[in-house]
Design a protein around this ligand. Structure first.
Ligand SMILES: NC(=O)c1ccc[n+]([C@@H]2O[C@H](COP(=O)([O-])OP(=O)(O)OC[C@H]3O[C@@H](n4cnc5c(N)ncnc54)[C@H](OP(=O)(O)O)[C@@H]3O)[C@@H](O)[C@H]2O)c1
Length: 240
């Protein structure tokens, strides 16, 4: 069975990815800042002990990313899945469009958002390139957001988060072009929908199991003819 390495698995979509891939019999390398502090993740690891391996990883820590790659030695990784992400201080779920307003920028917060949402997936891809290239499926997936679509931005606001997701889209597009040619790797960005997690809030449209089962289908269908596009969890395409 294939192997996936997933970041940000303590809760939300990352945790649900662990649950679904483990149930499907995959080997899951579940990365989290404090894996054993998540009761649900620890329970999943206990119930799938031969399939789910917990790894301590803060994706903002580049030395830790390199250390994790060394620990895994030459283990092939079929799907490298960057799920960890942050909105920055404040909350879209509770503040709506008042969150991230013009004139209220906290630039230390901007730097944190870019470090986790943009730089971390880039670092992960560079460090784990060999693991992915040596696998059967050869896929790199980063969770982006509809809020990163420049074409669909009609209400403004949400500066740091929008900018980070637009940046990660640009990055995944370049990666799709470059890695398809150099290594036969399919790289893409997927919007999970508006999902009821801590980040999405309770008023969101769909739950994590629906979003993740849709994204798993998109990932399963991903091949070199479908890279460089901006997918939605339901298989539709989003304008950049
Ligand atoms: N939910 C939505 O509606 C929605 C919509 C569009 C896009 N997305 C994207 O989907 C992805 C997952 O979101 P979610 O809804 O699952 O969010 P969430 O419920 O807030 O979970 C975020 C996850 O990221 C982890 N994380 C944060 N900073 C990290 C770091 N420095 N190192 C490692 N892990 C870190 C968190 O771990 P800790 O527990 O340690 O904090 C947590 O596991 C994000 O990239 C988000 O932007 C979500």
């Amino acid at each position: 069975m294939p192997t996936t390495l997933i970041t940000g698995t303590s809760r939300g979509l990352g945790l649900e990815f662990v649950r679904q891939y483990a149930a499907a019999g995959w080997t899951v390398l579940a990365c989290a800042r404090q894996p054993t502090a998540s009761v649900e993740l620890a329970a999943l690891a206990a119930s799938h002990s031969s399939k789910v391996r917990l790894l301590t990883l803060d994706v903002g820590d580049h030395a830790a990313i390199e250390r994790t790659a060394r620990e895994l030695d030459s283990m092939p990784i079929d799907v490298l899945l960057n799920s960890a992400g942050i909105m920055g201080s404040g909350s879209f779920a509770t503040e709506g469009v008042a969150f991230g307003r013009f004139g209220h920028s906290d630039f230390a917060d901007w730097e944190r958002v870019f470090r986790i949402n943009v730089i971390a997936p880039m670092k992960m891809a560079e460090v784990f390139l060999g693991h992915v290239a040596s696998s059967e499926q050869k896929k790199i997936v980063t969770l982006t957001s509809m809020l990163g679509s420049v074409a669909l931005n009609r209400i403004g606001g949400l500066y740091a988060y929008r900018a980070s997701k637009a940046a990660v889209n640009a990055m995944m597009k370049s990666m799709a072009i470059d890695l398809a040619k150099s290594h036969g790797i399919a790289a893409t960005a997927i919007h999970p929908g508006w999902v009821r997690t801590d980040l999405g809030g309770p008023r969101a449209d769909i739950d994590a199991p629906q979003s993740v089962s849709g994204m798993r289908e998109v990932i399963a269908a991903l091949d070199l003819s479908r890279v460089g596009r901006y997918w939605v969890y339901d298989g539709s395409e989003m304008p950049w």
